[in-house]
Structure formats: C-alpha cells, structure tokens
Design a protein around this ligand. Structure first.
Ligand SMILES: Cc1ncc(C[n+]2csc(CCOP(=O)(O)OP(=O)(O)O)c2C)c(N)n1
Length: 334
C-alpha cells in the first residue's frame, strides 16, 4: 500500500511537469492529500471486480493494475494509450482490468455501473463494483437515482464519497443542509461507513467490510471518506479561495507521511526499505515517461475507429441532394 501511495503521488507530479512542459494539453486533476482514500478502498477488490474511478482516483486505477506507462501514454495522447490518443485526460476505460472510466457529467457513472452490477447478478456471478463520487457529484439527480436503484435492487455495489471539502470553489457546507454526509444514503436505506479518508488502513478496512457485504448479496454500501483536496480543482485553478491556515492544518494529516510513521513505529519496515521503495518507484516512473514520450502519435484516421460500437462507421460526408434547393433538400451521401 505504501508503494501504491507513493506511485500515485509521484506519477501525478510527473504528469504535472509534463503539463507545464506542454506535453499534456488536457485537464489534469490531482488527488494530492487524498490518495489514501482511493488506494485503501480499491485494495478491497478482487480480480474480476469492476471499478469506476472519479477524476481523483488514479491511486485506485494503479491498485487495479494499470501500468503507469499506460497512464502517461493516455495523458500525452499517444497512439498506444488506452484511448489511442482520442482523449488526453482521464476518460479511459480498460475492460480487461474492469475499469469503467470517468465521464464528465457528474453522478452518471453510478447509473452505468449499476448496469454492470445488475449484469453480474443476473449471470449468477459474485463480482462486486466500486465507484467514487466527490460530495459535489452526490448533489446530482443521477447520483440520487443511482443510489435509489442500487438500493431497491440490492445491487453488489460500493459507493465511496470522497468528502474533500470543496467542489471546485464551492465549500461542501454550501452544497447541502446535512452536516454529516453519511446521513444522505440513510434516506435510501443504504448502510454507511464513515472513515478517516487520510488513514489508508482504515480505508482498506471500510472497503473490505463494504465489499464483503456486496459479495454475499446484502446490497450496496456507501463509504464516506473525510479528506481534503490539497490543490486546486485542476491545474488551471490557482486555489486562491482556499484559506492558507486550513491547508496548513490538513498538511499535518498527510496520508503518506502518516502511514510512513505508522510503519516505522510498528517496526514493520526500516527507513532504508522505505527509501528503496521510493527509489524503485522513481525508476519505474522515469522509464514510463521516457517510453511514452518516445511513442508515436496517432494517425489522423484513428479518429474514426472505436468511437461507435460498429467496427468501422460510415463517415462518408452528407451533402444536400439534387432537386429542391435550400434546407428542405434531402441529405444524401456522396
Ligand atoms: C452534472 C455536472 N455538473 C457540473 C460539472 C462541472 N464540474 C466538474 S468537476 C466539478 C466539481 C466536482 O466536485 P466534487 O464532486 O466534490 O469532486 P472533487 O472535484 O471535489 O473531487 C464540477 C462542478 C459536471 N462535470 N457535471
């Protein structure tokens, strides 16, 4: 878990550098300060389970086994990346690893993942699905519908609410009248687990409890992880609205430093071993960046493939046909 926490932060640092160097031109949303929530909860899943990450869950994606080089290929829009260069932020799905990529309309991922979970159930499989939402995303109609549906059908699904205090520049207190976000799922009869989102062990424990419940057929669980977004919404956001003293306070609860202290205090690892993990991660990620930057850009015609279900859609242009002129003329393919 320590390795995955460090990999998450270090990979995001490299992506940020690549963005500043002009190699990444899409959005970059970091999970700085909240890595433990994604890493810890995703640890609870088994092979064959499905995961729908939000924009701040790179840690969960790495835990599921996506090689960092694929992440860099994606962000630098290379042909060999998960989207073959069509998207250069985090909208990628990796079917083989059970990763259902984020889509921009917040909350909707839960509805789609419900479909995956229902399919598993209908096929008699005991696979489990896990998804993540910021507290802002829980304010959407799609999120409420998704929770209502999952609860009514007792679907094998775990929803992790990442309560990181901000939805872009809006404070979470301005988003709802409830003060405890764990109160919301109660209205749907969904059990909740509140957890310190900066404590990776507690997150894993909450994940294990929720995943076990789903796997034995007892329906959905919502995990509410209390954490903090230490950076702006995305790289273009100077986070000027975030009070310095609040950031300072949360810096003291940094999930990686905290877990490192725990491992050392418990005598589970030496500082030399921790350092060598960090060095191994640096070497792995440096190689990933070099490999991605040396990789080819997509050919223009690649834009036509893997967009629709049909293998090769007919993209012959439509034009106005002969006969009646003007907007009433029939559209024909030339
Ligand atoms: C339905 C919808 N409304 C608004 C947006 C624009 N938007 C993208 S991210 C974001 C903030 C999300 O906040 P939250 O869900 O709390 O997640 P966080 O960014 O804090 O992780 C907003 C408003 C959107 N993508 N979809």
């Amino acid at each position: 878990m320590f390795r995955d926490l460090v990999r998450t932060r270090a990979l995001e640092e490299r992506l940020e550098n690549l963005l500043k160097q002009g190699h990444v031109v899409g959005g970059l949303y970091r999970s700085l300060g909240q890595e433990a929530t994604a890493v810890g909860t995703a640890m609870a899943l088994d092979d064959g389970d499905w995961l729908a990450p939000s924009i701040r869950d790179l840690g969960a994606v790495l835990v599921r086994g996506l090689p960092p080089v694929d992440v860099v290929l994606q962000y630098t829009a290379r042909a060999a990346g998960p989207c073959s260069g069509k998207d250069n932020t985090n909208h990628y799905t990796v079917v083989d690893l059970g990763i259902l990529g984020p889509v921009s309309p917040l909350g909707t991922q839960l509805c789609v993942l419900n479909g995956v979970a229902l399919t598993f159930r209908n096929r008699g499989s005991d696979r489990v699905c896990m998804t993540y939402q910021g507290e802002g995303a829980t304010r959407t109609g799609a999120s409420h519908e998704g929770l209502a549906f999952a609860s009514a059908l007792r679907l094998p699904i775990v929803v992790v609410i990442e309560h990181n205090r901000w939805a872009f520049s809006t404070r979470s207190e301005q988003l709802a009248a409830v003060r405890d976000w764990a109160d919301v799922p109660k209205a749907y009869g969904v059990p909740t687990i509140s957890v310190d989102g900066n404590d990776v062990l507690a997150c894993r424990e909450a994940g294990v409890e929720a995943v076990s419940r789903a796997r034995r057929g007892d329906g959905p669980t919502v995990i509410v992880a209390e954490t903090y977004r230490m950076v702006g919404h995305a790289q273009h956001d100077p986070q000027s609205y975030m009070p310095a003293e609040e950031l300072e306070e949360w810096r003291g609860r940094d999930p990686i430093a905290r877990y490192e202290r725990y491992l050392l205090e418990q005598g589970l690892i030496t500082s030399d071993e921790l350092l060598s993990i960090r060095h191994e991660v640096d070497a792995e990620l440096d190689a990933a960046v070099d490999q991605a930057l040396a990789a080819a850009m997509p050919q223009p015609l690649e834009a036509r493939t893997r967009v629709y279900d049909a293998p090769e859609p007919d993209v012959t242009p439509w034009t106005r046909g002969p006969g009646v002129a003007g907007p009433g003329a029939a559209l024909v393919r030339t």
